[in-house]
Design a protein around this ligand. Structure first.
Ligand SMILES: [Zn+2]
Length: 170
C-alpha cells in the first residue's frame, strides 16, 4: 500500500472521518452531516421546563432515587434519565409537573420477568441536564457517582437546601 506505516494510515483515516462526518451549521458551528443543525441550535427547540417548587423537586427526587435510572445509550456519550413504573398516574405526574420528557408504555414482560410498565424518559440534553441539576441535592452517593460517570463536565452545586450536611449544619 501507499502508506508508509500504520500511524500514517490511522491519521489519514481520522482526517477522512473528520471531513466526511462534519460540516457547518447555518449558525457557523460544526455539526454532524446527518443532523440538520448543530446541537446548540437544536437545544433551542426544546421548550423550557415548567417552574417547579422545592416541594415538587423533592418529590421527583424521591421517585428518581427509588425508581430512576441514569443510562448511557449504545456506548455513546448520550445519556438519559428514565423512570419505569407500573403506576401510570405517578409517571404522568412526573411529566405534568416538569413539562418535560416522553411517556411510553413498555409492554414487554419477558425481559427479566418484568411486568409491563409505564416509562417517563428524559432524553433532550437541556432537559436531562436541568432535571439532574435540580434533583442532585437529594440523591445518594450511588446515583451521584453514576451521574459523574455519565456527565464528566457536571459541576455539582456547592450549596443546596436539601443536602444532608446543610441539614446537619442547621
Ligand atoms: Zn447551529
Amino acid at each position: 500500500m501507499a502508506y508508509r506505516n500504520s500511524e500514517q494510515r490511522r491519521q489519514y483515516m481520522y482526517d477522512w472521518a473528520q471531513r466526511t462526518k462534519y460540516d457547518s451549521c447555518e449558525c457557523g458551528n460544526r455539526k454532524a452531516k446527518k443532523s440538520r443543525r448543530c446541537a446548540q441550535c437544536r437545544s433551542q427547540d426544546y421548550p423550557p421546563p415548567r417552574q417547579v417548587t422545592d416541594a415538587e423537586i423533592a418529590w421527583i427526587a424521591g421517585i428518581l432515587e427509588g425508581e430512576g435510572c441514569w443510562t448511557r445509550h449504545n456506548g455513546r456519550t448520550d445519556w438519559s434519565v428514565s423512570v419505569r413504573m407500573t403506576d401510570q398516574d405517578i409517571i404522568e405526574r412526573l411529566q405534568a409537573i416538569t413539562g418535560i420528557g416522553r411517556l411510553t408504555f413498555d409492554g414487554t414482560p419477558s425481559k427479566r420477568a418484568r411486568k409491563p410498565a409505564w416509562v417517563w424518559g428524559v432524553y433532550a440534553r437541556p432537559h436531562r441536564e436541568w432535571l439532574t441539576v435540580k434533583v442532585w441535592p437529594w440523591l445518594g452517593v450511588r446515583r451521584r457517582t453514576r451521574i459523574c460517570e455519565l456527565w464528566p463536565d457536571f459541576q455539582a452545586p456547592q450549596t443546596f437546601s436539601g443536602d444532608v450536611s446543610a441539614l446537619q449544619a442547621g
